[in-house]
Design a protein around this ligand. Structure first.
Ligand SMILES: [Zn+2]
Length: 486
């Protein structure tokens, strides 16, 4: 039997995007009809496909080298990567590891056309890579010939010496500080406040928000200067380390996508459910007598008069209560230790109950029973072409199962380590509020006196089969609050 892992990705950049659960369902259906056994799932939440910082994607690519499965199954090829170039590179890595990428909804046939399409994609990758380095080389040659700052506006952090752009250490330090802080999840307004408090100003005035954003978005700080199609790598000396620059870029993209459709961000939208009637809790906006906007979260069932009595809750109050509870709890080493212990225990139980070995052993028992039944039929004198063929098939399957069972027994189950679990939750803490919620919160169930928060988890057992792991219970602002990982 062929084996596969599923890779699913969800970004909040599109209202119409298929949910993780939806993607998994489609992939699982595909696996069932094509007789493929799913061994594992890798999920990235709130990640865009344009960067390669997706932690579980990276882990999947890395794990492929262990050669434990045949396919990576995705809902659509764009889940894998939106960048054709990156797609081809990663596919090549998978191919070298004997792993094939399959889309559950798009068909690339195993016909000559399909193969040509595949190789075109790979050829394109090689071409693109060669072309890019050629451009860089050509650009560098030109710059070497001219070697001068071509004029125009010189950006913050640099100065001109002998007609060349060089780093101005004093202001470059400020640029590094801005990138570093932003990459750690500090809001732009707080970065400005910190700079102003240290009397670091821009032309005598506190930095404007736009100036800071323009700095964060400027590729020159990573040492790259583009002019039309050409890339120049030695015109601007690099001020910001590549890793930090990339992290900032993906954060800016994520924020841009997150805010596209709504002016006011309802942090908890899509996550809240009414504990009384099970309906979603949605955003609601009213205007008070004084003309001020008042924002709430209101049960959708109650809004549609289904008899639910769940009271509304002020947007700001609920959001700060939820976010601060999550941050407070995750910041405690004791809580993290407790999460690690709980998830590891659950993981062990899950592996015990669901390992491939058990699946195979179960099938072996079933095949044995079938063989006995056919033998009994033969003993009763029912010997037809069908019974003989059936017996042959069963015996062949028995042999195959024995072979696979030996392989499985020699293999250690793939586990997530305590360190990886800790990293998952620590990484969440570095994110801005909206990203934090998207990344870590699966669902929040609201009652009038109780809030139940359910976290996502990094371990690989499928969500519907776990019993959940308790994290926190406490009372704040007239609510009993509980956090669970499910
Ligand atoms: Zn309700």
């Amino acid at each position: 039997m062929k084996t596969a892992v599923i890779y699913a990705r969800y970004s909040s950049d599109s209202q119409t995007e298929q949910s993780i659960e939806g993607q998994l369902r489609v992939c699982e259906d595909y696996a069932r009809t094509h007789d493929i056994l799913i061994l594992d799932t890798y999920i990235d939440r709130a990640m865009t496909g344009t960067n390669d910082l997706r932690p579980n994607f990276q882990r999947m690519i890395k794990d492929s080298s262990k050669r434990e499965w045949n396919y990576v199954l995705v809902y659509k090829l764009d889940r894998f990567s939106r960048d054709k170039y990156a797609t081809a590179i990663h596919k090549k890595t998978l191919k070298d590891n004997g792993v094939k990428l399959i889309s559950a909804t798009e068909h690339i046939p195993d016909t000559p056309e399909g193969i040509i399409f595949e190789s075109m994609l790979e050829g394109y990758a090689e071409y693109y890579s060669a072309e890019l380095s050629q451009k860089v080389r050509r650009g560098m040659n030109e710059t070497r010939q001219k070697g001068n700052f071509t004029g125009g506006f010189l950006i913050y952090g640099y100065k001109i010496e002998n007609k060349k752009v060089v780093i101005d250490e004093e202001t470059a330090e400020v640029v590094r500080y801005i990138f570093e802080q932003y990459s750690l999840g500090v809001y732009v307004k707080d970065i400005i406040a910190n700079l102003t408090a240290r009397e670091i100003l821009n032309r005598g005035k506190p930095f404007a928000r736009n100036t800071v954003y323009n700095i964060l978005k400027n590729e020159k700080y990573s040492g790259i200067y583009r002019h039309g199609d050409e890339v120049f790598e030695n015109m601007y000396p690099q001020i910001v380390p590549q890793e930090i620059f990339d992290r900032v870029r993906s954060k800016i993209n994520a924020n841009k996508y997150g805010k596209r459709s709504v002016e006011v961000v309802y942090l908890l939208r899509h996550k809240l459910k009414c504990g009384y009637c099970g309906q979603p809790i949605s955003a609601e906006c009213g205007t008070s007598k004084t003309g001020a906007k008042k924002r709430y979260y209101k049960c959708f069932g109650r809004k549609n008069h289904n008899g639910c009595r769940k009271s509304m809750m002020r947007k700001d109050q609920l959001e700060s209560l939820v976010v601060s509870t999550i941050i407070d709890e995750l910041s405690k080493p004791r809580t993290l230790d407790q999460i690690v212990a709980g998830l590891l225990e659950e993981q062990e139980r899950y592996i015990k109950e669901h390992s491939m070995l058990n699946v195979l052993l179960r099938e072996q028992r079933q095949v044995e029973t079938s063989v006995e039944n056919v033998m009994a039929a033969i003993e009763r004198g029912v010997i037809t072409n069908t019974t003989t063929k059936r017996l042959k098939d069963l015996e062949a399957r028995q042999e195959e199962l024995e072979r696979q069972i030996i392989i499985e027994k020699s293999k250690n189950a793939v586990r997530v380590s305590a360190e990886e679990i800790k990293m998952y939750y620590k990484e969440a803490l570095a994110l801005e509020a909206q990203m934090l919620i998207n990344y870590i919160v699966k669902e929040i169930v609201m009652y009038d006196d109780k809030i139940e928060i359910f976290f996502n988890k990094p371990t690989r057992n499928s969500p519907d089969e776990s019993r959940g792991c308790f994290v926190y219970k406490g009372r704040k602002e007239n609510f009993d609050i509980e956090i669970w990982i499910v």
